[in-house]
Design a protein around this ligand. Structure first.
Ligand SMILES: Cc1cc2nc3c(=O)[nH]c(=O)nc-3n(C[C@H](O)[C@H](O)[C@H](O)COP(=O)(O)OP(=O)(O)OC[C@H]3O[C@@H](n4cnc5c(N)ncnc54)[C@H](O)[C@@H]3O)c2cc1C
Ligand SMILES: *[C@@H]1O[C@H](CO)[C@@H](O)[C@H](O)[C@H]1NC(C)=O
Ligand SMILES: *[C@@H]1O[C@H](CO)[C@@H](O)[C@H](O)[C@H]1NC(C)=O
Ligand SMILES: *[C@@H]1O[C@H](CO)[C@@H](O)[C@H](O)[C@H]1NC(C)=O
Ligand SMILES: *[C@@H]1O[C@H](CO)[C@@H](O)[C@H](O)[C@H]1NC(C)=O
Length: 619
């Protein structure tokens, strides 16, 4: 009798998902504490806040011998951590600079807050010439996750793989990376539960949860209706065809962030052949006779050294992987010589930084009542039940792919769609993007207290490119980031962005968006006041003010054949000219894809794990 009663009670709880007041108060307290921390937060300008040597002269302490050493447990490193330690054949050391995620990072709706926290490395670009002019010091803020799970602990969780055509191009130069070859690896990671999914394109047995964004406000319905009114298809953009619109496929589980750590690292707890060191900074790859044999790292103020009998794998991400390669003597000859680093292998490391450029400042008012959305307690309660605005990042719930005036199978731009009460967007603009107060004032003045929607269109295949360079040969210094958007010679990127903005205005005029009385009410950005408001000269100015690199850095250690002068790794992810050294992360993606990098990095690392396990007879 007692047992039956308990069972009934459990069933009732499972159904209603009762949220106790205590739990709500716990999250509220987390948020308040975080806000207090955030106001005191100052961006670091180097790595010394977390890593300092007590004795600079001391010889490295020998830490041990392994089969593989992985530097970085982000999206790529987490997959490898899991897959390479599965059978127990290999002994693996993982070195990760950050710590562990927590209940706060788990809330998708707090994503934009995390820029001002120790979960972010804290990079910024150098002052820019044609983008980010309306942000603090003309710099683009460039968050990167520092945690087990890497940037997937702070990112926006959008699951977008890229276009078939992208992979055909990738595979045409790099055997094994065409669409047919990579699709099984996308599916391998994935456990999707989507309302609309093309059969054959999704995985249901992998560790990574992918679901439809749980937040589905009326505005999202309008977005999809508007797309249909313009003759666009509603489709599974990770399926057969990408050209169309959809609700967001997001890497959450019942509305909670599903990071690389959750998907790939948690289940490795207790594996005796794995040692994961957090709060450890890899500083140098040890190379002898053109062969990698270990790494040096800093932890708890001391310098250590570990050796690897099989391989060293660098998974530090698109900013840090080129940094550690260059610190180890692998990079552009002149640049290394200039800094007094002995050149081990001349390669174009960091010469090409590709990104997606986004114009995030198209905000439209609506007549939707802000109702009770603004009560944070209610938002938290809904989150704990797996719904509401906090299950989305910055209110992003949908997206579409377009190519203005061009009939192309490979779309030219993507439009993420967000809707929220204006005040809920301040963290995104002020804390993450670091837009100046006066620009934010101009954008938002006439919108305060209103329920708004935002289109954040970005170019998928821009021509301009930036660079990553070293500041000094000291691993505690940050590298130098230069996004350099709109630097292409013919100004094609600017022309395309202007067309993209026009397209968003067309979208706002559809019956669906007119039904909610959509209006663009922003004042001119102060720097562009002298141009006729909303004229093409105005937009050219505004675009330079508010274009931002969307944080999809790729290509800094690009994949390509040996004779490709831009290539750093080959199609097996091995660094050209150096044995027993691979790079497995977003930096190897050879060019900007019509997708977001996380899904692609998971695919790359799944494939890398198979290549490695085959080579060393674990498969
Ligand atoms: C705010 C934000 C929003 C984003 N939104 C999305 C999105 O919605 N969808 C999407 O697909 N992508 C998004 N991205 C990008 C995406 O998160 C990254 O492209 C992806 O995580 C890259 O994977 P990675 O393995 O290359 O690097 P990361 O995931 O960044 O991992 C690198 C890891 O290496 C560690 N590391 C680096 N150097 C060292 C060292 N020297 N020693 C020890 N450890 C080191 C880092 O701490 C980190 O844990 C976003 C990024 C940000 C910052
Ligand atoms: C705020 O900062 C303190 C001290 O650094 C830290 O212990 C605490 O975890 C932080 N709180 C949140 C919610 O980030
Ligand atoms: C996939 O997700 C569903 C729904 O969350 C869950 O029931 C199932 O156990 C998951 N499968 C795996 C292999 O994790
Ligand atoms: C919020 O609004 C919803 C529907 O509009 C309503 O069901 C709910 O009771 C409201 N909550 C509060 C706290 O007012
Ligand atoms: C926005 O508000 C300003 C006052 O700050 C006003 O002058 C302007 O006309 C308003 N713009 C629109 C489009 O309503």
């Amino acid at each position: 009798m007692k047992i039956i009663f308990c069972f009934l009670l459990l069933a009732v709880f499972a159904q209603a998902k009762d949220v106790s007041e205590e739990t709500v108060q716990y999250y509220l307290k987390l948020l308040q504490d975080f806000m207090i921390n955030s106001t005191k937060y100052e961006y670091p300008t180097d790595n010394r806040r977390f890593f300092q040597l007590i004795n600079e002269e001391a010889e490295p302490i020998y830490h041990g011998h392994y089969d593989f050493i992985i530097v970085g447990a982000g999206a790529g490193g987490s997959v490898l951590t899991n897959r390479l330690t599965k059978t127990g054949k290999f002994k693996v050391l993982v070195i990760e600079a950050g710590g562990r995620e927590d209940d706060f990072t788990d809330v998708p709706g707090f994503a934009a807050f995390l820029a001002r926290s120790d979960f972010n490395w804290g990079y910024k670009t150098i002052p820019q010439k044609k983008c980010c002019l309306g942000f603090k010091n003309k710099q683009c803020n460039y968050p990167r996750g520092r945690a087990v799970g890497g940037s997937t602990v702070i990112n926006f969780m959008m699951y977008v793989r890229g276009n078939k055509k992208d992979f055909e191009k990738w595979g045409s130069e790099n055997p094994g990376w065409d669409y047919k070859s990579v699709l099984p690896y996308f599916k391998k990671s994935e456990n999707s539960s989507l309302r609309q999914e093309d059969s054959g394109y999704h995985g249901h047995y992998g560790p990574l949860s992918v679901e439809d964004c749980r937040h589905y406000p009326d505005a999202t319905r309008m977005f999809l209706e508007a797309a249909e009114q313009r003759g666009r298809k509603i489709l599974d953009y990770n399926g057969k065809d990408q050209y169309g619109y959809s609700t967001l496929q997001i890497m959450t589980k019942e509305g909670t962030r599903y990071s690389a750590s959750k998907a790939f690292v948690e289940s490795t707890t207790g594996r005796k052949n794995l040692e994961l060191l957090d709060h450890a900074l890899g500083t140098k790859i040890l190379i002898k006779n053109r062969e990698a044999y270990g790494v040096e790292f800093i932890r708890n103020g001391k310098k250590f050294k570990a050796t690897a009998s099989k391989e060293v794998i660098i998974s530090g991400g698109s900013i840090n992987s080129p940094q550690i390669l260059m610190l180890s003597g692998i990079g552009p000859k002149e640049h290394l010589e200039e800094l007094g680093i002995p050149v081990v292998q001349k390669l174009p490391v960091g010469n090409t930084l590709r990104d997606h450029q986004v114009y995030p400042a198209l905000i439209f008012s609506t007549n939707i009542s802000p109702s009770n959305e603004t009560s944070i307690e209610e938002q938290i309660r809904l989150y704990l039940q797996g719904s509401g605005v906090l299950t989305s990042a910055a209110g992003i719930t949908g997206l579409g792919f377009e190519s203005p005036k061009l009939k192309s199978k490979n779309p030219h731009f993507e439009v993420p769609f967000a809707s929220l009460v204006l005040e809920q967007a301040t963290q995104l603009y002020l804390d993450l993007l670091e837009m100046t107060e006066e620009n934010w004032q101009a954008l938002s003045n006439n919108l305060s207290g209103k329920y708004v929607w935002m289109a954040m269109p970005f170019l998928l295949h821009p021509k301009s490119k930036g660079t990553i360079k070293l500041k000094t040969k000291d691993p505690l210094d940050f590298p130098i980031l230069d996004s350099n958007l709109y630097s292409d010679e013919n100004g094609d990127d600017m022309k395309e962005m202007l067309a993209v903005i026009e397209d968003v205005f067309e979208m706002s005029k559809t019956p669906a968006f007119q039904k909610i009385d959509s209006k663009y009410l922003s004042d001119p950005l102060p720097a562009c006041k002298n141009y006729k408001h909303l004229s093409s000269d105005y937009w050219r100015c505004a675009v330079e003010q508010a274009t931002y690199p969307i944080l999809h850095a790729v290509s800094t250690c690009a994949m390509g054949p040996k004779d490709d002068e831009n290539a750093v790794v080959d199609n097996k992810l091995k660094v050209h000219g150096i044995d027993r050294l691979r790079v497995v992360d977003a930096s190897v993606i050879p060019f900007s894809l019509a997708g977001h990098p996380t899904a692609v990095v998971y695919m790359i690392a799944e494939k890398a794990a198979d290549l490695i396990r085959k080579q060393y007879k674990d498969l």
